[in-house]
Design a protein around this ligand. Structure first.
Ligand SMILES: [Mg+2]
Length: 233
């Protein structure tokens, strides 16, 4: 099996436990705003509203700044509470940037992979949040490059995002492997750019597409160093 000189690693739900980070940040943000006992309901409403705003962002219908404020304007209107959406958004983003819980084995796996390949973080997200979490996680030192969709102005699965990652590492597409949990954004995007892909998924997960099941499927991050060295599984 071939070896890979560079790895493109997704951040959320590949290295970072995003659900946990979002839960902690929402709790810190909403606790002073809603009555005791309403926190879970408010957080669920936020998640549903937020998903709609991200979908519109990915379709190019709105800007990241509109998303940041709009999702809290919607939530505040829904709950009928007197708070300022912009100030609430700022508090939430600061809380989210400070919370960077990692998935099991993420640190040791990234450290081991960095010894055998050059690493590029490829993430769809907000600049301040992702930069803050990368710093808070102390994973920053292992990455030769960090690409964030907000600062790029393009998002995965756009092949241009992956071309930019190849350029940032100075490594040919054929020597790169992309690893991520999102079938369309990470696997589909990398393949559309001519880069091999590995789907990070729970054990026994069924590949939902797009396209054929990818070359590699991992459910244990400790194996990424093996993949870089041409050993699978
Ligand atoms: Mg992800």
């Amino acid at each position: 099996m071939k070896k890979y000189r560079g790895l493109l690693l997704d951040a959320d739900n590949t290295l970072f436990d995003y659900e946990k980070a979002e839960g902690l940040a929402l709790e810190a943000t909403l606790e002073p705003m809603v009555r005791a006992g309403q926190l879970a309901q408010a957080a669920a409403a936020y998640r549903s509203i937020n998903a709609g705003w991200w979908k519109r962002l990915e379709q190019g219908a709105i800007t990241p700044d509109e998303l940041k404020i709009g999702r809290f304007a919607d939530l505040i209107a829904l709950l009928g509470i007197p708070f300022d959406p912009a100030a609430t958004s700022a508090r939430y983003l600061a809380a989210l940037a400070a919370h960077a819980p990692l998935l099991p084995y993420a640190r040791e796996s990234v450290a081991a992979a960095a010894r055998v390949a050059k690493l590029c973080l490829v993430t769809n997200g907000l600049t301040d949040v992702q930069r803050g979490r990368l710093r808070a996680s102390r994973l920053e030192e292992y990455f030769s490059a960090v690409l964030i969709s907000e600062e790029m102005g393009i998002a995965k699965p756009d092949p241009r995002f992956f071309h930019a990652a190849a350029e940032a590492l100075g490594i040919a597409h054929s020597d790169l492997l992309c690893i991520g949990d999102n079938p369309a954004a990470d696997v589909g995007g990398a393949r559309a750019a001519g880069i091999d892909a590995c789907w990070f998924a729970p054990e026994g997960a069924t590949w939902p597409g797009p396209g054929e099941r990818p070359l590699f499927v991992l459910h244990d991050l400790r194996k990424i160093v093996n993949l870089a060295q041409g050993v699978y599984p």
